[in-house]
Design a protein around this ligand. Structure first.
Ligand code: GRG
Length: 305
């Protein structure tokens, strides 16, 4: 597998589409019936709306790479959980008291489509749902401690030492010229920890995974997460509104501390590519079939949405 970042054709990624169907089915099965209530309508609206599903893709591709000996249902529940946490964070991120964004994934954001209280409650409902989904794993090949560890990882990723802290620091950094290390830390907490949880949760299922391989996968996840976030910041400046599904320059409008605002666009692009190449190097050294993880890593850098 080549490490060249230009050498990726979207035709090389049919596995992403195949996985997408499986992921969306698992997510749908985890939701309350759509017409149960106003909140369940808002949940369906905000979850089944065409996200890239990068986090559950990572869960599926890691499971394939490590050939973990658990049921497909177990992997699907973990994938759904990772995406539910992400969707919850997006609903709250768009609220007027946060980023105040009217569009998400090409549609009105949840509070615009419904109302603010409904969006808050939909988010509040999805977070415990994501963890509840994990508690429903019923797989003889999984030890109770492994299940507990997985729930612990996902809970920590979105809690006060993860997303919430990252978001709080992100808001505090608005209008400030913070150092790049502080920005890295914000994004590790806000975006990276959940990505890491998706990777690490599968490592937990591999009983005899050598410690050095676990460390390598965690290093990979860190680099992948940061590269992904830098690309997200770049797309907010250079992206096409229709393609990314929301107005561009929303970060600068909110005086957000971003990679382009702190180190400039060109340096941001170079940094994202460097991180991606480092991630590929880690994957290439591991004694597993990491081909599809490599393709996903290239995709997150070369993507236009
Ligand atoms: C939700 C636990 C929790 C706490 C609330 C609102 C908040 C604190 C945190 C927000 C964190 C956040 C929104 C991080 C994600 C940033 C990001 C890179 C979003 C875009 O992700 P993509 O590109 O989007 O994967 P799609 O739409 O493809 O899923």
């Amino acid at each position: 597998m080549t490490n060249n970042l230009e050498a990726l054709d979207l035709k090389d990624l049919p596995f992403l589409n195949k996985n997408l169907k499986r992921i969306d089915k698992a997510i749908l099965q985890s939701l309350p019936p759509k017409n149960l209530s106003k909140i369940s309508k808002a949940i369906h609206y905000s979850v089944l709306n065409g996200g890239k599903r990068i986090r559950p893709q990572l869960v599926l591709l890691m499971a394939e790479t490590l050939e973990v000996d658990v049921s497909q249902k177990t992997i699907d529940l973990m994938a759904a959980s990772g995406e539910l946490i992400h969707c919850y964070s997006l609903i709250h991120d768009d609220l007027p008291s946060m980023d105040d964004d009217d569009f998400r994934r090409g549609k009105l954001s949840c509070h615009k489509k419904f109302d603010e209280a409904t969006a808050i409650l939909a988010g509040d409902a999805i977070q415990p749902l994501a963890l509840e989904v994990l508690t429903t794993i019923n797989d003889k090949r999984l030890m109770p401690e492994q299940k507990l560890q997985i729930i612990n990882l996902f809970a920590k990723a979105c809690g006060p030492k993860g997303m919430v802290e990252g978001q709080s620091r992100d808001i505090d950094a608005e209008g400030k010229n913070i150092k790049i290390d502080a920005l890295d830390e914000i994004h590790y907490l806000k975006t990276g920890k959940l990505i890491e949880a998706c990777v690490e949760s599968i490592c937990i299922l591999k009983n005899d995974l050598p410690k050095k391989h676990l460390k390598a996968f965690l290093d990979f996840a860190k680099k992948f997460g940061l590269a992904f976030q830098i690309k997200d910041d770049i797309l907010d400046v250079l992206g096409d509104e229709k393609t990314i599904g929301k107005p561009i320059n929303s970060d600068s409008k909110h005086n957000k501390a971003t990679y382009p605002s702190i180190i400039g666009l060109e340096a941001s692009q170079l940094r994202a590519e460097k991180l991606c190449l480092e991630a590929l190097k880690i994957l290439n050294k591991l004694p597993y079939n990491t081909d599809n993880l490599i393709k996903l890593s290239k995709f997150i850098i070369l993507r236009n949405k």
